[in-house]
Design a protein around this ligand. Structure first.
Ligand code: MN
Length: 733
């Protein structure tokens, strides 16, 4: 385990102004906090944060990052709190450790490869500071290095996650070194056989080629020295995972791979880079299509180098990368290579330009991390202000769902699955019951409670914020209304069949669908329910021989017998138009229900009235009290008569229209008295009209809004009790 002075020494080596006292205090604090905790390897737990800090000293990071690394597991794994750390080490370090604690909670969630992109965004959204990600990557690297101590089932999950998420993240942050090591460690865990095979082949190759690398190195060095170019030449074999990926990607066998060897030439100036290329291309034949100049055109993450492949000694293909020392640092260490986090402010001009360039680079890199999303705002300092317009939440099974900021559990449910949204009735956020309209936060785990046969309230449409949820709610509401129409249509069709002396069956209707030019039984029924198709047409489609006879409601004819009488008896089942039946009657709510309903225009209808519905094509159902004289107008259109029944929501009482005529003395104050009676009874007056009958009396026609028949009758009795009222009558009721 690294000693206290060793840690300080490592930091002082690259940063002489390092805060020694701070580092020492962090060391002692974390050591005490972790106490006797052990790693899976049996080592004291404290060795882990120290190793993580050591990795970061290799990247020459600032004091705050190193201290945060030493403390990174204290809040999650020991009794420490953010407040305590803020008190002892300052708010900057406390914020970094807190960020790491938040990220650590995500380790418990299983991630799948296809969600890797979302997960990386979540990491960025939560991390808030690039340095948190740097510590996290170092943490992951050390965990990967010691992964063999972890139980096998856990091992694969961690390795897969590293390969899917952390290695690419390191790569995008420009840290190719870190990326390569993470990849190879994951590869070794996940595919031990492939890894062993490729490693063995690589070892074999380097043995067979013996001094090849050294020879090429020497040959190159010599050649360049004679031309007066100072260059560091470093040759190596490709790492097992990149060889494996190449084999997979290009479907090649190991033997077919050409560029197993790579050489890096680090020179002093940009000019030298081009001179080196000139020398190399003169000496060896080049492989066409492999020359790339990333100096004149840097990669998006500021990677700069010249790449070329030549056929070198022993006809071995050799890949060359030529760059300056600065370019090299950036290529290997990426974000961490920059002076940005290093202590001691810019002392000289060179450091200054280096810093501003580093800053620009950092900003571009962070933008790059967003991949595709173009963050509008410029980033302040090291803060990651990305994805502030998004929240990332988990399903109980660990699936990651990305939503716009302000999204609710309803949006979440619809994002998971439309069926889940449609049947949602409640939710838990992080295990606690919460309203379906809560605003979700990053990292929330959301569990949706569902009930089948549920229709999402139409009001949700305006409360959700995702288009998907809105469209789905609209569709579900429309489907529900369509279902109602289909139910209505079924009623109408069944009656039409009964009237024709036939029996309705879905099977027979199905056969007749082509004749009706409809796709499904429901289509037919809904069309009839909407009044867009005549029930008689449906009967004729099923029974082409049937000829409709329009006749008034038949009763059983007297004196008829024999089989003819039986047939007549069957038609007795046919009900007199308007006779309500409880079974199969269409439930009528008020105007707020899902059905297009209106009430008899000439007198209304109220709950308690026996009612009948009249279907009006394109408009819906008009509800009449059964005794309404207006109904006679529909006597010859029996297919328009519907069985309906009241189906009221006791919780939410509604007003219904009713018309009364009050015959009252034509004297001042009469109307006032009448209005007062109605008002005190809790009813409304919608419309008033006067009709004079005689000089001293007049009829006052009142369109009222009442709850039900009992309410209405109560009002009528009270009105009758007034001395100036001679008569009260209901119209159509
Ligand atoms: Mn850790």
């Amino acid at each position: 385990m690294m000693r206290q002075y060793e840690l300080v020494d490592r930091v002082r080596k690259y940063n002489p102004q390092a805060d020694e006292d701070l580092l020492n205090r962090a060391y002692v604090y974390a050591m005490k906090a972790h106490g006797t905790q052990k790693r899976a390897s049996g080592d004291p737990y404290f060795s882990h944060p120290l190793e993580v800090a050591a990795i970061l000293t290799d990247l020459k990071l600032d004091d705050a990052t190193i201290v945060a690394a030493v403390l990174h597991d204290t809040i999650e794994d020991t009794g420490s709190t953010k407040e305590e750390i803020a008190q002892l080490f300052g708010s900057e370090i406390a914020a970094l450790v807190d960020g790491l604690t938040k990220l650590k909670k995500l380790d418990l969630v299983s991630k799948r490869a296809e969600q890797a992109e979302n997960f990386r965004k979540l990491l960025l959204a939560i991390a808030e500071d690039v340095r948190v990600l740097l510590v996290k990557l170092a943490d992951r690297l050390h965990n990967m290095r010691t992964l063999h101590f972890v139980p096998p089932e856990k091992r694969n999950r961690i390795a897969q996650e590293t390969l899917d998420i952390y290695a690419p993240l390191a790569g995008r942050m420009g840290m190719q070194h870190m990326r390569e090591e993470l990849e190879n460690l994951s590869f070794k865990t996940l595919m031990p056989e492939a890894h062993a095979m490729i490693s063995a082949r690589l070892a074999d190759l380097s043995k067979r080629n013996g001094r090849l690398i050294i020879d090429i190195e020497q040959e190159l060095s010599q050649e360049l020295t004679t031309r007066g170019i100072k260059a560091e030449v470093h040759g190596r074999q490709k790492a097992p995972y990149s060889v494996f990926r190449k084999m997979e990607h290009k479907s090649l066998a190991f033997e077919q791979l050409s560029d197993i060897f790579g050489f890096r030439l680090v020179v002093e100036t940009t000019e030298d880079c081009y001179r080196v290329i000139g020398v190399v291309h003169t000496k060896w034949p080049t492989v066409p299509g492999r020359f790339k100049d990333y100096i004149s055109t840097p990669k998006q993450n500021d990677y700069r180098s010249i790449h070329t492949t030549v056929v070198g000694p022993g006809r071995q293909r050799v890949e060359l990368q030529v760059r300056t020392a600065t370019m090299h640092e950036i290529a290997d260490f990426g974000i961490a290579a920059h002076a940005l986090y290093k202590d001691g402010r810019a002392a000289d001009q060179e450091t200054l330009t280096r810093e501003s360039r580093a800053y620009r680079w950092l900003r571009r890199t962070i933008e790059l991390l967003a991949e595709g999303d173009s963050p509008e705002e410029f980033l302040e300092h090291t803060k990651l202000e990305l994805f502030h317009d998004q929240v990332f939440c988990f399903t109980p099974k660990g699936r990651l769902i990305a939503l716009p900021k302000g999204a609710t559990p309803i949006d979440f449910a619809y994002a998971v699955h439309t069926g889940l949204g449609n049947s949602a009735i409640g939710c838990k956020i992080n295990g606690r019951i919460a309203p379906l309209l809560s605003e979700l936060q990053n990292g929330d785990e959301v569990e949706i409670a569902r009930a089948e046969g549920q229709v999402p309230p139409a009001a949700w449409e305006s409360l959700v914020i995702t288009g998907k949820a809105r469209a789905a709610i609209r569709r579900a509401t429309r489907d529900a209304v369509r279902q109602q129409y289909a139910g209505l249509g079924r009623q109408i069709v069944v009656r039409a069949f009964e009237r024709a002396g036939k029996t309705f069956s879905d099977e027979r209707l199905k056969v007749a669908l082509p004749r009706l030019a409809r796709q499904s039984i429901d289509d037919v029924l809904a069309a009839v329910g909407r009044g867009k198709m005549f029930s008689g047409d449906v009967v004729r489609a099923v029974h082409p021989e049937f000829k409709e006879e329009r006749k008034p409601a038949p009763g059983p004819a007297k004196g008829e017998g024999g089989w003819f009488g039986l047939k007549k008896a069957a038609s007795v089942v046919f009900k007199v138009p308007g006779a309500p039946t409880e079974s199969g009657a269409i439930p009528i709510r008020g105007l707020g229900g899902d059905l297009p309903v209106r009430f008899a225009p000439n007198g209304g209808a109220v709950p308690g009235d026996r009612i009948v519905g009249i279907l009006t094509p394109g408009e819906g159902i008009t509800i009449f009290p059964i005794q309404s004289p207006d109904l006679t107008a529909f006597d010859d259109q029996p297919e328009r008569w519907l069985d309906v029944r009241w189906d009221l929501d006791e919780e939410h009482r509604e007003f219904f229209p009713a018309r009364v005529i009050v015959n009252a003395l034509n004297e001042p104050g009469a109307l006032g008295t009448i209005a007062m009676v109605i008002g005190e009874a809790g009813a409304n007056i919608d419309h008033v009209e006067f009709r004079n009958r005689s000089p001293d009396f007049r009829d006052i026609v009142l369109d009222l809004q009442v709850y039900d028949l009992k309410h209405l009758n109560g009002i009528m009795s009270e009105l009758k009790a007034k001395p100036m009222v001679s008569k009260v009558e209901r119209v159509n009721g």
